[in-house]
Design a protein around this ligand. Structure first.
Ligand code: PGA
Length: 250
């Protein structure tokens, strides 16, 4: 049985006190969530106090990125050891904003994914096409090649610790959600792509999240699809009540 996950990507939002407050609200409301793992991914500066706020709860902590080196002279970077030492168990990697604005390539992601796995941090690997690629009918090719470039370098054993997030770039922060059918067909293609390399069981057990303007009003329909195992939530994760309502959509 694959895990259902609703993860909140706070991106570059909230001050530290606001983030701690948000984490506390999520913890308080998380008691009403059944059968779904909640994860929050605050900015790096918030990780220590948010970890403290999550103590004793079932809400897991994620970083939004990590460095492609283990330590040393890389000013401004944060290593996987550091996020591990603060209590992160997940790390978002390859978010389209990182790919688009910070030159994150599949080659770099291979390194980051491996470094994370060595520390038992589960990568949430984001993939997704942009509007131009969707309009040109290339979305299946774009997404499956992102999957192959990064995940095909892993063993089946390593693959068991990977979460995939399909996030069509044109749906992120735009208010435009992929329809449940559009999302389902890509999720099914991702699962097939994983099955081709790692076998049906590993593919069946992989959690594949949908992200892109997911909110309480559309989560139910999205999560009802057979290959959608939860969501990676941006804007709606900044309000604890909305975040929890999304998780309750199962
Ligand atoms: P959004 O962002 O929910 O604000 O569209 C999702 C994401 O980028 O993870």
């Amino acid at each position: 049985m694959r895990k259902k996950i609703v993860a909140g990507n706070w991106k570059m939002n909230t001050t530290v006190p606001q983030g701690v407050e948000l984490a506390k609200e999520v913890v308080a409301l998380s008691k009403d969530v059944k059968d779904c793992l909640l994860v929050v991914a605050p900015p790096f500066t918030h990780l220590a106090p948010v970890a403290e706020a999550l103590k004793g709860s079932k809400v897991a902590l994620a970083a939004q990125n990590c460095a492609d080196h283990t330590s040393g002279a890389y000013t401004g970077e944060v290593a996987v050891d550091m996020i591990d030492s603060i209590g992160c168990t997940y790390c978002i990697l390859g978010h389209s904003e990182r790919r688009q604005y910070y030159g994150e390539t599949d080659e770099k992601l291979v390194v980051k994914v491996k470094l994370a796995l060595e520390k038992n941090i589960k990568p949430i690997l984001c993939v997704g096409e942009n509007l131009e690629e969707r309009e040109a009918g290339k979305h299946f090719d774009v997404v499956t090649s992102q999957i192959k470039n990064v995940l095909y370098t892993l063993t089946a054993e390593e693959m068991k610790n990977i979460v995939v997030a399909y996030e069509p770039v044109w749906a992120i922060g735009t208010g435009k959600t992929a329809t449940a059918e559009q999302a389902q067909e890509i999720h099914a293609a991702i699962r097939k792509c994983l099955a081709d390399k790692f076998g049906a069981q590993v593919a069946e057990d992989t959690t594949i999240l949908y992200g892109g303007s997911c909110k309480p009003s559309n989560a139910k329909e999205l999560f009802a699809q057979k290959d959608i195992d939860g969501g990676l939530i941006g804007g709606a994760a900044l309000k604890a009540a909305d975040f929890i309502a999304i998780a309750q959509s199962y």
